[in-house]
Design a protein around this ligand. Sequence first.
Ligand SMILES: Nc1ncnc2c1ncn2[C@@H]1O[C@H](COP(=O)(O)OP(=O)(O)OP(=O)(O)O)[C@@H](O)[C@H]1O
Length: 268
Amino acid sequence: MFFRVTGNQPSAAPAVPALQVGDLTVTYGQQTAVAGVSLQIERGEIFGLLGPNGAGKTSTLGAIEGLVSPRSGTVTVDGMDARRHPIETKARLGVQLQTSSFQAELSIEQIATLYGGLYGVRLTREQIRQSLDDIGLGQERTKRFKQLSGGQQQRLALYIATIHDPLLLLLDEPTAGLDPQSRRALWSRIEQLRDRGSSILLTTHSMEEAQAVCDRVAIIDHGALLTVGTPADLIAKHKEDPRVLAVAHGDVTLEDVFIGLTGSTIRD
Ligand SMILES: Nc1ncnc2c1ncn2[C@@H]1O[C@H](COP(=O)(O)OP(=O)(O)OP(=O)(O)O)[C@@H](O)[C@H]1O
């Protein structure tokens, strides 16, 4: 699954990782939200960040996106230092925040045209209509964003985030609140994007989602990464941990590993 986008270059050097995060720390006043996170995402990889509420997932994404200034650490996108090359690195990112909002007075067809233009992508009206058809919004193209259902809004937000074919897609809980059909449709879209060479970093509270679509996952808590690997690796690695065994009901699952490592206490 890795190095998919090396294309026709046989056995050349491995592609530069889509993302490298080194010892990232984010603070808000006295509070440390991200405490020395390091991770690497390869080309054509879906990477899931799992963590309880307040664990530091959104803050990590925010620092990668350039929306939050890290206290220290490095963010490298496609081999480029994000701090030194903010414009070039941002051009390679597609971002879907936890909640999306678009210009209230525009139809979704106009929104797609606007964002295509902002990203420097020339799209004909026909191409936009085809894309909206592809994501099941063909009938809704004259509606305003607020007139769409939650699932339709999520699908449009993902389309807009990927309109410029980004190298790295950052999705903050992209399927939260969706029905099973819409969730599956979004999984398929994310997998399609991965198969076309994009790398995806997503956050989720769904262990099922992590197992279904993520090539690798990391569990984060109190701003620190606790473990990283494929879902199967994490189960294999932690299935004998007494904290995990104590919460397992039968065969150890990814959720058992998650609860075992992060504890059962409900977070604020
Ligand atoms: N703008 C902010 N100012 C002050 N504190 C913040 C701010 N944003 C986040 N925090 C705090 O930083 C910590 C990490 O928050 P963050 O939103 O990154 O967690 P999260 O893992 O994304 O949580 P959730 O799953 O609930 O979305 C939390 O304790 C939160 O209260």
